[in-house]
Design a protein around this ligand. Structure first.
Ligand SMILES: NC(=O)c1ccc[n+]([C@@H]2O[C@H](COP(=O)([O-])OP(=O)(O)OC[C@H]3O[C@@H](n4cnc5c(N)ncnc54)[C@H](OP(=O)(O)O)[C@@H]3O)[C@@H](O)[C@H]2O)c1
Length: 256
């Protein structure tokens, strides 16, 4: 029988996780590494955390590179993909996880906030997918990380909610376009997870209280829960799942 330690279905595969210095992306990178994948970590500015994430992954016995790149910039996206190509010569899994946003009601947003959020959360996953495809072969996977705010309305979430709705639409379009290459494209949509991102919401305590009271069972969602869903979508078992948004929220959206 295969023990969990020797269960390495992704051995020989390469995963790029954007925004993997902290939070959910870091846990996704660790999960894919645990399953045997070599990893490229992208991040923006937080070199110290990215270095720790890289060391954590290397301790799992796989190769790991880290590449700082502001993904709203097409030249930086190309730099990131060149680094992946130079190190590994291929890419199997692209996880578009990095996100940012300005947490204000729609009427208080300025044009620069809109552009910042949409460029990082929507334009970048599109650019990353375009640049990643030449490195991918049959069996490739793109997984976009979305949130319940794509289809529901939450306070101070206007710009991010819009960016995630567009990301889910992009997921469907790219799923159809990339199907002939044997590359699947899906999304994982999460409920609230306690990460640094939540610290920036003025209504953070209300958000967590609401997550507790509205999640059937009362348990809070973790980054690990999302990471396991991402790993499933990367697996061979998910080959015929295309253009779907897998909601991982402990059932919270059922009761909103
Ligand atoms: N937290 C939640 O409740 C929740 C719920 C559902 C979905 N999600 C989604 O899950 C994903 C991760 O969220 P999180 O809460 O883990 O976020 P987080 O803790 O704020 O981490 C964000 C990550 O993205 C990176 N990043 C930010 N801007 C970037 C840019 N311009 N270029 C490259 N990397 C950039 C950051 O790098 P640095 O460390 O260098 O800044 C960091 O690694 C996002 O797509 C988010 O929308 C989160």
């Amino acid at each position: 029988m295969t023990s969990p330690e020797s269960y390495k279905p992704f051995k020989g595969r390469v995963a790029l996780v954007t925004g993997a210095s902290r939070g959910i992306g870091r846990v996704i990178a660790r999960e894919l590494a645990t399953l045997g994948a070599d990893i490229a970590i992208n991040y923006f500015r937080n070199h110290a955390e990215a270095r720790l994430a890289q060391q954590e992954i290397e301790r799992l016995g796989v190769q790991c590179i880290r590449v700082a790149a502001h993904l709203a910039e097409p030249a930086q996206v190309r730099k990131l993909m060149n680094a992946v190509r130079d190190k590994f010569g291929r890419l199997d899994f692209l996880i578009n996880n990095a996100a940012s946003g300005v947490n204000r009601p729609g009427l208080e947003l300025e044009e620069k906030h809109w552009d910042w959020t949409l460029n990082i959360n929507t334009k970048a996953p599109w650019l990353c997918t375009k640049e990643a495809v030449p490195l991918m072969s049959e069996g490739g996977r793109v997984v976009n990380i979305s949130s319940l705010g794509a289809g529901r309305v939450f306070p101070n979430y206007t710009s991010v909610g819009v960016s995630k709705a567009a990301l889910e639409a992009l997921t469907r379009y790219m799923a159809v376009e990339l199907a002939p290459r044997g590359v699947t494209v899906n999304a994982v949509s999460g409920g609230y997870v306690q990460t640094d991102a939540l610290q920036h919401f003025p209504n953070r305590d209300d958000m967590l209280a609401s997550a507790r009271s509205k999640t059937p069972g009362g348990e809070l969602l973790t980054a690990e829960d999302l990471a396991k869903a991402v790993a499933f979508l990367c697996s061979d078992a998910a080959a015929m799942i295309r253009g779907q948004v897998l909601v991982v929220d402990g059932g919270m959206s059922l009761t909103l």
